[in-house]
Design a protein around this ligand. Structure first.
Ligand code: MG
Length: 261
């Protein structure tokens, strides 16, 4: 069963996700050469707690930090630590919070300094894939329309869609039904209905879609060590355009527009 949220619940989900958006934009501004991923994580945890929320990743199945920070060949679930950002890298920032019993979850990837042409194109294609996926997430469409939109956006660029990790429903749990693949599965899946709340999160690799998980049990890297990008918004399905929840006065609809201001 995919939950249909009431407007009262959506107010709380909006609040939770606005906190996420503000933290992400702050991290995006600080993601420069020389800073460690642990320092970024500390900034996020401080902001989340100051907003009266809790970092929902911390302790989730034993995850040891408040954010996932995934640099270059790391696709998702990077554990913040002593790694220092360097110019030319892609830094993916993923933040989740719990606020008054409701969850917020979003992610964006930023260039550290100047990146090469391939990384720039990867960032832009992944951001665009998320925007197109959100356009497909409207009442009356089917779940598969979301994944197809992602796939059709990035395939012409020669990039590949990660298959091992998917988006998810979100609400009173961080990961709720349905799972949301970023590719066509050959089954149209459930019909989307107004009030469903979804975390849509394309993970796109420059090279192979194949993934390796490091010995820490979390860090997911590309099997060919080429770079990867990840963008995520939590949205409400509506009769027309979806409502993006993970947005704030500084976070625009397209994540790519909230960085490099
Ligand atoms: Mg998520």
């Amino acid at each position: 069963m995919i939950a249909i949220r009431t407007e009262r619940e959506i107010v709380l989900l909006r609040d939770a996700n606005r906190i996420v958006a503000e933290v992400l934009c702050a991290l995006a501004d600080r993601a420069e050469a020389g800073i460690t991923t642990a320092e970024l994580d500390a900034i996020a945890e401080r902001m989340i707690r100051a907003a009266g929320a809790e970092p929902s990743f911390l302790g989730y199945q034993g995850f040891p930090a408040s954010t996932c920070i995934s640099v270059d060949e790391v696709i998702v679930h990077g554990i913040p630590g002593s790694r220092r950002l360097k110019d030319g890298q892609i830094c993916s920032l993923d933040v989740g919070v719990r606020y008054k019993g409701y969850y917020g979850d979003a992610a964006l990837s930023v260039p550290v300094g100047e990146v090469n042409e391939e990384r720039q194109r990867l960032l832009e294609a992944t951001d665009r894939a998320l925007a197109n996926a959100i356009d497909a997430a409207r009442a009356g469409n089917y779940l598969e329309d979301i994944g197809r939109a992602v796939e059709e956006t990035v395939r012409p660029e020669g990039f590949s869609v990660v298959r091992n990790f998917v988006g998810h429903g979100i609400g009173t749990e961080m990961h709720a039904e349905p799972q949301i693949p970023n590719f066509s599965t050959g089954r149209r899946g459930p019909k989307l209905k107004a009030g469903m709340v979804l975390a849509i999160e394309p993970m796109i690799n420059a090279g192979t879609h194949e993934v390796k998980v490091l010995e820490d049990g979390w860090t997911a890297i590309t099997a060919d060590h080429r770079p990867s990008a990840h963008f995520e918004h939590s949205i409400v399905v509506r009769e027309g355009d979806a409502e993006i929840l993970s947005i704030s006065p500084v976070a625009t609809r397209r994540w790519g527009e909230c960085v490099k201001r």
